[in-house]
Design a protein around this ligand. Structure first.
Ligand code: MSP
Length: 660
């Protein structure tokens, strides 16, 4: 995906089913795409960002029939929900494709026809279990239930048997070519765990794919055989080429194809990393550089989805905070690729601490003092001192590393890095205490220098944050007296020291107001856990058990116990998790590998108490992100008065030894 030398950047999201009300999960993918698009524009590339809606198929046909309207009328009526949400989130695609658009339908028919002529599409008969909700034939190894019916493993709904004449795509012919492509392009599927999943699926054997239906009317007709409509996934995947002009605007198509990154949720990996490249190979089109399968946002440990009824409405947050805090939270909280648990408590905690306390305060303090001590204008300043230089030099270093994280889609790391700079700038102000300098008329030049550095820092931080928080960045730049938007200045052209004495600055307005949890959630406010730690982000299985003392314990079998992989681990390094009073981040040696875990033990242990100690770790626990820090396992501890007491191993037991 790294494309420093190339001048164009093409990023896509999945196209969303038009009958679903878009929720935070859909917003996540689209915010990532918008952020990458904005970043690459600021890096000087010509960018195309495509999103849209998937409007054909049995689901829409059924929903429209239930309402007594045509599927197109239904799609027309509801597509606005998706567009409006993107607008409310400050998401600005270059094109919003609907699969009912003529340009798309014609393009799909053209591609279909060409494959038919080539023999990669041929006619036959298909019989199989079909999930109407997911528009997907179930794999043969999905077991038949006791009622004789297969249940869709993805959405849990009952499948139906479909038997029909169909056109097949010769997927089996592309097995080896796909495997060769994976081997020669290890970045084709990211993260690497998803690549393993995909290649082992392909290695296990590919069957030809039924790609038309006679039982579904609402779809693109097969050219020359209109009793058949084209399978919704064959139709939908081709939006990535028709959306940039395939068959219609060849110049634009040639300019942007192949895409640098298709962003998708991990649920639709096979479609994008197996079927889609095979379709492209058959059509003789180049393959995208990367398919990035990000993780899910969960609510109460289950994937947020309409069928589970656990979706969170993004407008609850947007109406109270505007779009940027939600954009920031979703990108900062988890690395792209892992799942995260969404809670309003976790959201508020981050917004109050990172945005209101850290960034908001830096802006507010600096601008208030420029008003108070210099009437709103940057004063004539004395020469740069060591402290001032350190901040300027740190900015350049941080900028380079933030940029490289944006380049590699490590958006949480980009933000983490930027916040180290914001922290340093806050410390610089505290150390230089301008409020003290202001009392000494002989130190006006020094005072002006310190406030200049503060102003340069907020302007520079605003520039780096612009892809993630475009609205706030514009406001910050307006406050420091810039007449242009931060996004119009390329990263290569931006100068930290671009401010001159005499520059007029505005009085600060609260950028990120602090919001109280109870006030925000109203009657539904759940009590925060005592330390003020984020209750949703911190897994607390032990606490949950303690609270249910009265209920009898579940008995587990020895077989179940054996599923736990308990190991001796030696702590190599330990440090506090910033902003969390209970948490330590530990690097541990597990014999064959090093890992990082996060443990709620900081109330009883200082980091140095643990270094070198041997502890027990659950090594096969699903990784989780706690307060933005990845935890790849869990240590075991006793709990006394709500605090952790860790049993340490004495004597000569090597790290990695089994505990049983
Ligand atoms: N229409 C198909 C995609 C066709 S692309 C050629 C589809 N649509 S969808 O609306 O059901 O979901 C689209 C995407 O939304 C998912 O793949 C994922 O990117 C995103 N998400 C939906 N729920 C999500 C979460 N709970 N968490 C994170 N992303 C999720 O599939």
């Amino acid at each position: 995906m790294e494309k420093k030398s190339k001048k164009t950047f093409y990023v896509t999201t999945p196209i969303y089913y038009v009958n679903d009300v878009p929720h935070i999960g859909h917003a996540y993918t689209t915010i990532i795409a918008d952020t990458l698009a904005r970043y690459h524009k600021m890096a000087g590339r010509e960018v195309f960002f495509l999103t849209g809606t998937d409007e054909h198929g049995q689901k829409i046909e059924k929903a429209a029939a239930e309402r007594g309207i045509t599927p197109l009328a239904l799609a027309d009526a509801v597509v606005g929900r998706t567009r409006d949400l993107w607008k409310a989130l400050n998401i600005e695609p270059d094109f919003f494709i609907r699969t009912t658009m003529a340009v798309h339908e014609k393009g799909v028919q053209k591609l279909f026809q060409a494959l038919l002529e080539k023999g990669d599409i041929f006619k036959g008969e298909y019989k199989g279990w079909y999930c109407v909700s997911d528009e997907n034939f179930l794999a043969e190894d999905v077991p038949i239930g006791t009622d004789g019916v297969k249940v869709c493993p993805d959405c849990g709904k009952k499948a139906v048997i479909v038997s029909e004449a169909t056109y097949f795509f010769r997927l089996s012919a592309y097995q080896q070519q796909l495997l060769d492509h994976y081997a020669s392009h290890p970045q084709f599927v990211r993260p690497p765990s998803r690549m393993n999943e995909v290649s082992s699926f392909v290695r296990s054997g590919l069957k030809d794919l039924s790609i038309t239906r006679t039982t579904v009317q609402w779809g693109i007709p097969v050219p020359g055989d209109p009793a058949h409509t084209i399978y919704v996934w064959f139709d939908a995947l081709h939006n990535y080429v028709t959306g940039i002009g395939y068959g219609e605007n060849e110049n634009q198509f040639k300019k942007f194809w192949p895409a640098q990154v298709h962003l998708i949720g991990k649920d639709i990996l096979r479609f994008h990393a197996v079927f889609w490249p095979a379709f492209l190979m058959a059509s003789g089109l180049p393959l995208p550089e990367c398919v990035f399968g990000h993780g899910w946002w969960l609510k109460d440990e289950a994937k947020m989805s309409k069928s589970r009824g656990n979706v969170l409405d993004p407008y609850t947050i947007i109406n109270a905070f505007g779009p940027d805090p939600l954009r920031y939270f979703l990108l900062r909280e988890i690395p792209l690729g892992l799942d995260g648990n969404f809670s309003h408590e976790g959201f508020l905690h981050r917004v109050n601490s990172d945005l209101a306390n850290d960034f908001g305060n830096l802006v507010h303090r600096t601008l208030t003092m420029v008003q108070q001590y210099f009437g709103g204008t940057l004063g004539e300043m004395e020469d740069e001192g060591a402290d001032d230089r350190a901040i300027r030099e740190m900015y350049e270093k941080v900028k380079a590393s933030v940029r490289s994280h944006y380049e590699s889609c490590a958006l949480n790391k980009a933000l983490e890095e930027l916040w180290t700079f914001i922290g340093a700038a806050n410390k610089y102000l505290a150390d230089n205490a301008p409020w003290k300098l202001a009392k000494d008329p002989g130190r006006r030049g020094r005072l002006a220098r310190v406030l200049w550095t503060g102003a340069a820092a907020i302007r520079g931080a605003g520039h780096l944050a612009a892809p993630v928080m475009p609205g706030s960045a514009v406001r910050i730049w307006d406050l420091v007296g810039e007449s242009v938007s931060p996004q119009s200045v390329l990263f290569d052209d931006f100068r930290f020291d671009g401010l001159r004495p005499g520059r007029e600055m505005k009085a600060p307005l609260p950028l990120f107001p602090r919001v109280d949890l109870k006030e925000f959630l109203g009657q539904e406010a759940k009590p925060a856990i005592p330390s003020g730690e984020d209750s949703a982000a911190v897994p607390q299985p032990n606490e949950a058990k303690m609270k249910t003392k009265e209920t009898p314990m579940d008995i587990i079998t020895f077989e179940e116990f054996k599923k736990l992989d308990l190991r001796v681990a030696q702590v190599i390094r330990a440090e506090r998790v910033e902003g969390a009073t209970k948490l330590l981040k530990l690097q541990i040696n597990l014999g064959t590998e090093e890992r990082q875990i996060v443990a709620g033990v900081a109330e009883t242990y200082a980091p140095e108490d643990l270094v070198g100690k041997k502890i027990t770790v659950v090594a096969n626990l699903k990784p989780a992100v706690i307060r933005g820090v990845e935890s790849q396992g869990m240590l075991l501890a006793g709990i006394k008065d709500g605090k952790a007491v860790i049993p340490f191993f004495e004597g000569d037991i090597p790290p990695g030894s089994k505990v049983q």
